[in-house]
Design a protein around this ligand. Sequence first.
Ligand code: NOJ
Length: 547
Amino acid sequence: MSLSKDKNWWRQAAIYQIYPRSFADTDGNGIGDLKGVTSKVDYLASLSLDAVWLSPFYPSALADGGYDVDDYRNVDPKLGTLADFDEMLAALHNAGIRVFVDIVPNHSSNLHQWFKDAIAAAPGSAERARYIFRDGRGANGEIPPTDWPSHFAPSAWTHESTWGGKHNQWYMHWFAPEQPDWNWDNPEVEADFLKTLKFWADRGVDGFRIDVAHALKKDLSEPLRMRATMEYDAPQNLDGTGILMDRNEVFEVYRTWRTLFNSYDPPRVAVAEANVHPSRLPLYASENTLGQSFDFRFIDAAFTAQNYKECVSQSLELAKKNNSSTTWTLGNHDQMRYATKLGLHPIVDRNDWLLSHGQSHPVDFEIGTRCSVAANLFILALPGCTYIYQGDELGIHEVADIPFDQVQDPLYLRNLKQAKGRDGSRVPLPWTRGGTNFGFGAGTPHLPQPKWFADFSVEAESGISGSPLEVFRKALKLRRELQCAEEITWHETTSEDVLHFSRPNGWNCITNFKASKYPMPAGEIILASSPLVNGKIAAGSTVWFKA
Ligand code: NOJ
């Protein structure tokens, strides 16, 4: 299948996130690899995807699951080689699937050559100017330069002596100490990222997911401003003049990137991961900047008709502001599995539940999976682009009982162990019902797989009518055929727990969130997330029909 030259191919695409280390392992080292992705191209093609996005596969010591990059223009030997990458890209392209790679521009790893050079060099040197080094406060510089907090550690500053530096300076990191932030006021850094983008785009990569896209530019004017709060998840500053994030200067960087993206045919695509106030999202998703931006508002919205309708309306309105398309997403590698969120009682504190290894409250696997498939059909019928996290097509659940001594996430390890973190949605996928490691690979998987994975395996669900996988397969195939103008019309229903909308070509979608069985409107049913009961739509179901 050849790839179209349509420069708007991304607007209503179905994009599947691969977390390579947990997808498929061909060399038996317990870590998924690029050859593993290649070996599953038929599976990916069976999902009628437009593209896959690969989380980082670059050389990394995995202090943050690969978001600590040692070398942006290479493949981690644990995951393969550049030749494996080219082979994977060609196989995916042959199957009509485009490829996004993850760019991590806010920080490198402490093992990046430039950071090692910086540690070895003296204060004031060109090497140190690529990162954010400062003298400490106090008589002997023993107090960090500011009170800035980090997402993965109590302070955003670590003393250089941690890595053998001898000049009594501190460097800044918004995430783990192993993730030093780049100094984006340094043109050398900007030039190096352009080189990286060009490197992958020249290889044939179709798009880029930009990690913490709002973080690059900081107010580094002296004296550094103090702040006591961390605004990573709850940005307060709406005019682009905050200290550490979402500063207006960042769009200059993205305008330069856009010029590079547009020099390709078709232009390269980019999507921003920007945890900013929704009113700022259009700035990242403009056609002069990255073009698209994740809209995460569904990720934590309770599964109710009212919330869902509100999310859709607000998101569609925002997308119109910059001629972008919406980006629906229910899960990713940073989130608890969506099926589990919906299978847990809404009042349960998810963090406490994870810390209890899933023992503090029961999770209803059946309801969770059923509602998550219904939710997915709902978002797949909406205009715009949908991102699907690997395994969500299986209706799979969070692995809550990873023993503490096997947890890898710095969110746990670095934050005084107050949160268990994100490993539960990163457990290697089950491909087969039985066999070694559920078909993931011959070596012990880097995170332990539970016994119940058997029932959620690709093998267990393949060919079983009504299984999450088969519903997804049908939905994605139909969606491609049915796709039309990016508009919806809401229709009245007789229950506040039921939403009904249609697209301009008569493609209708109705979701019963929690009402008692709801009468099916007139029309030809084309897909149902769960079977109708006596001609009625049961709670936790979505039906697509042609009116
Ligand atoms: C966002 C990524 O999705 C997450 O996994 C990572 O920990 C942080 N950015 C830091 O790179």
